[in-house]
Design a protein around this ligand. Structure first.
Ligand SMILES: Cc1cc2nc3c(=O)[nH]c(=O)nc-3n(C[C@H](O)[C@H](O)[C@H](O)COP(=O)(O)O)c2cc1C
Length: 174
């Protein structure tokens, strides 16, 4: 059975977090196992660049990344849901991403796939560079890009009040 792990990189209860709910319903209806977490709820110390993980394959910090790393290793498909902040991912997302460096050495995520969902106030085509960034970033730790959906939304309820946008996320696993 496919194990899906969805991650929200939003700092607020808004579009990305609503998308987690829709993804969950969709995944369960297809008989997949579904887990999710919100980066904002986790204790993630910013990487200090010591690069001990290059030698050991694990991080010197004992925080929530330990548990989150297990969740990543147990997933077949990762869905990374992120708002766009200043043409990039939000700071909390980057802190999480930097802490993925141990996987560069351990290669324990090799063979997994990632789907990306972005929310921004601009047109979907203006978000593609963030998808491209995440594609490259995940590729560096052995995770292959699967698919993406870029959704225009600004205020926290824009997504959940737009049936077309909801459909895009509901059909993400089709
Ligand atoms: C600090 C900040 C910077 C933002 N920068 C961009 C941007 O560069 N491009 C964009 O399309 N939207 C930008 N936005 C809008 C958010 O991406 C948009 O409100 C999105 O729906 C937020 O998703 P969320 O509700 O999941 O947090 C920005 C919002 C904030 C708070």
């Amino acid at each position: 059975m496919k194990n899906i792990l969805a991650i929200s990189a939003s700092s607020r209860e808004g579009n990305s977090n609503s998308a987690l709910t829709v993804l969950k319903e969709s995944a369960l209806s297809k008989g997949y196992r579904f887990n999710d977490f919100k980066i904002k709820d986790k204790r993630i110390t910013p990487c200090d660049g010591c690069l001990k993980c290059d030698e050991t394959g694990s991080c010197v910090f004992a925080d929530d990344m330990l548990e989150l790393s297990n969740q990543l290793e147990n997933a077949d498909l990762i869905v990374f849901v992120t708002p766009i902040y200043f043409n990039a991912v939000p700071g909390i997302a980057k802190s999480f991403i930097d802490r993925l460096n141990p996987f560069y050495t351990s290669r324990s995520l090799e063979g997994k796939c990632v789907g990306v969902i972005t929310f921004g106030q601009t047109e979907p085509e203006d978000m593609e560079y963030v998808v491209e960034y995440l594609k490259r970033m995940f590729s560096g730790i052995g995770v292959s890009f699967w698919r993406s959906a870029c959704i225009t939304a600004k205020d926290p309820n824009d997504f959940i009040e737009n049936p077309d946008s909801i459909l895009k996320v509901r059909r993400f696993f089709d």
